[in-house]
Ligand binder design. Structure first.
Ligand SMILES: NC(=O)c1ccc[n+]([C@@H]2O[C@H](COP(=O)([O-])OP(=O)(O)OC[C@H]3O[C@@H](n4cnc5c(N)ncnc54)[C@H](OP(=O)(O)O)[C@@H]3O)[C@@H](O)[C@H]2O)c1
Length: 275
């Protein structure tokens, strides 16, 4: 495992799960630094992962080759203020998981051109089953990209996108995506209970079906469309469900929902950024 030192600015939910993944994959606690304003949060990080914790962002980034910006998006500009000068001098790899803040804005706030990787993770990272899409600016080397792959790979799979605007699409697909599947689970559980099952049984049946379908799709060479056809016998129950859902416009409903998320991601980038 690499001996790079990583400094996390912000030690909340997402940073904690990435740190947990890094520790589990063998990254030494001596090479992980975290800053957070909350002393409770610092104590928890220290006791859970034995990492070095700091109140001051300036102390945190000292000697770090990789910075992970992990505050809420609206706090990021303020968090960067005290560290922009040292970052400009030491020129580490800067990665940001803050939704909606463009790389251009981050580098403008830092005040100098640095290798920067924007990452869009998702909440299943909390249970090591996340997926992150990443975009590297032109100052990033293959080594930088490898380091980012290692970091985000500690909490799930990674993909690279070739344009920063793709991050808005990713936000609408995998960033917000867990909520779409939760919504479908809610609808299925409600239906099962309305039709006489206990809530407890309904929950098990729905969650296991979702997990099983995801595993089947992930392990199969076939596309989801083919897998769906394979479980749809002519004149059977699945076909009855799908005909009803399609005639009610499920494709259009889901697709325009995703378009709304992508559009909102673009709007937020404008609202939160320097425009
Ligand atoms: N959760 C997700 O699924 C998800 C998905 C994609 C992207 N993201 C991105 O991940 C980032 C973190 O999300 P999260 O859910 O982990 O949020 P979070 O739990 O609120 O963590 C952010 C942490 O940053 C701390 N903080 C605030 N100001 C700071 C400063 N000036 N310097 C250092 N630390 C500071 C906060 O402390 P206080 O609470 O005391 O203010 C908090 O502990 C966000 O930008 C979000 O867009 C999250």
């Amino acid at each position: 495992m690499t001996t790079n030192t990583i400094a996390f600015i912000g030690g909340g939910n997402m940073a904690s799960s990435i740190i947990g993944g890094l520790r589990a994959s063998g990254w030494s606690a001596n090479h992980i630094r975290v800053s957070d304003p909350s002393s409770n949060q610092r104590q928890k990080l220290k006791s859970d992962f034995q990492v070095q914790c700091f109140e001051s962002n300036t102390d945190c980034i000292r000697d770090a080759e990789i910075i992970v910006l992990a505050t809420k998006p609206q706090m990021l500009k303020e968090a960067l203020k005290p560290i922009s000068e040292p970052l400009s001098l030491t020129k580490p790899l800067v990665t940001s998981i803050a939704a909606g803040i463009t790389g251009t804005d981050i580098l403008k706030w830092i005040g100098s051109p640095l290798p920067l990787i924007r990452v869009m993770p998702n909440t299943p990272a909390l249970v090591n089953r996340g997926v992150s899409a990443m975009f590297a600016n032109q100052l990033c080397s293959d080594e930088h990209k490898k380091a980012a792959d290692q970091i985000m790979g500690a909490v799930g799979k990674t993909v690279w996108v070739s344009s920063e605007s793709d991050i808005d699409t990713v936000t609408g697909i995998s960033g917000s995506g867990p909520a779409y599947f939760f919504k479908l689970m809610e609808i299925m559980i409600e239906n099962a209970v309305r039709n006489g099952l206990t809530e407890e049984d309904a929950k098990i049946l729905v969650i296991e079906t979702a997990a099983g379908a995801a595993k089947l799709a992930g392990n199969s060479e076939q596309t989801p469309a083919i897998l769906r056809k394979q479980v749809t016998s002519p004149a059977g129950t699945t076909e009855a469900a799908l005909i009803s859902m399609e005639s009610s416009g499920i494709d259009q409903v889901v697709s325009s929902g995703i378009d709304a998320a992508i559009e909102r991601s673009r709007e937020l980038a404008i609202m939160l950024g320097e425009h």
